[in-house]
Design a protein around this ligand. Structure first.
Ligand SMILES: [Ca+2]
Length: 366
């Protein structure tokens, strides 16, 4: 089966639609009644949670150091905490210049793939005039080197996830910053997935010379994940369809001309969609042949079975529905467990808990 539904003839597109996560009428693009969902992926045991940290305040980014400990960023306090399972988190850095407002603040963090040599931690944050990416070495008040700035900011749609890909490049998901025209404009980093060298400059093999823009047509990307040689990203829809996309260099993902599946050859359609009420996906992770998406408004963890070719092999199913409230981040730790972080103190709705937490789930014993 070809990987890209957007290039298929109508008959082939129909066959592809039959195996996509949410069946879509080829005539109207509307979702049709899905089949009964398959059993949840058994890779992690969601009946055996371990609460690894409590008392956090709007944690956002999660990254791991070579020693197996986790770094956690807090959006509004601009703190970075370090924790090992079983120990309370301790503050190891507080960034300067962070201007929390609405969805903005200290967002994603990443650890250099060559941390043992260079000691760099990366962060994406909302500053007074823009969103920017800095790198620094852990210290109470670290020296912050700005490696990329000028990402448009707003109270909403600031993107913010950063992650090193398997190619050693730093990827960043951005938002349209409340101006939908940004997403189709290749000259602004807003509404894009960016790919840059660790120093913030554009790699020579990016789709457009001297540009860090990797893909365009995104509304608000807060989840980046890799698995089986493919890259995936989750993004927030406007009021109809949230999306999980298979990310391929230079592709256009449609926003604001298309939300969800448009079936237009110009745009790369998502491999899974949800109603915004069910999802509002922020973080994403891949383990084995499953993509996990942490849902804020949907207050659940979505699991999407992947076909290994950039598509979905079946119906997404949800776990942890309503169990921990709003979920911001999901990651596979170096311990092989699945780590989930809540976002119940960000002023959106009634929290399931009075604090924010990190919860870990073990692999299923086989
Ligand atoms: Ca799209």
């Amino acid at each position: 089966m070809p990987r890209k539904t957007r290039t298929l003839a109508p008959a082939a597109a129909l066959a592809v639609a039959a195996v996509l996560a949410v069946p879509v009428s080829p005539a109207t693009g509307a979702a049709v009644t899905p089949p009964a969902p398959a059993a949840a992926d058994p890779a992690f045991d969601f009946t055996k949670p371990t609460v690894a940290a409590t008392g956090l305040q709007v944690p956002w980014g999660l990254a791991f150091l070579p020693d197996g400990s986790a770094l956690i960023s807090e959006r509004n306090s601009a703190r970075i905490l370090q924790m090992k399972p079983g120990s309370a988190p301790t503050e190891v850095a507080r960034l300067s210049g962070v201007t929390p407002s609405g969805e903005g603040g200290l967002l994603g963090i990443a650890v250099s793939p060559t941390y043992e040599q260079d000691g760099y931690v990366y962060a994406y944050y909302t500053a007074a005039s823009d969103n920017r990416i800095v790198r620094f070495k852990l210290a109470a008040s670290p020296q912050q080197e700005v490696i990329f700035s000028g990402i448009p900011k707003n109270s909403f749609h600031d993107g913010g996830r950063i992650h090193f890909g398997p190619d050693g490049m730093l990827y960043a998901g951005t938002g349209d910053a409340g101006r939908t025209a940004n997403s189709q404009n290749p000259s602004t980093p807003a509404g894009k997935i960016l790919r840059m060298k660790p120093d913030g400059t554009a790699p020579a093999d990016n789709p457009t010379p001297n540009s860090v823009v990797y893909t365009l047509g995104h509304r608000n990307v807060q989840g980046l994940a890799w698995g089986g040689g493919h890259m995936y990203a989750s993004e927030f829809g406007n009021n109809t369809w949230d999306e999980v996309n298979h990310i391929e260099a230079g592709d256009n993902y449609g926003w604001p001309n298309v939300e969800g599946r448009g079936g237009e050859p110009t745009y790369h359609d998502p491999l899974a969609v949800w109603s915004t009420r069910e999802a509002s996906p922020s973080g994403a992770a891949v383990a084995g042949d499953t993509l996990y998406a942490a849902a804020l408004g949907g207050r659940r963890l979505w699991t999407v079975p992947l076909d290994g070719r950039g598509g979905s092999s079946g119906q997404p199913t949800a776990v942890l529905q309503g169990t921990y409230g709003r979920l911001r981040t999901v990651a596979v730790g170096p311990d092989g467990w699945l780590w989930v972080m809540t976002s119940n103190r960000d002023g959106r709705g009634q929290p399931a808990q009075t604090d924010d937490r990190v919860i870990r789930f073990p692999k299923v014993a086989r």
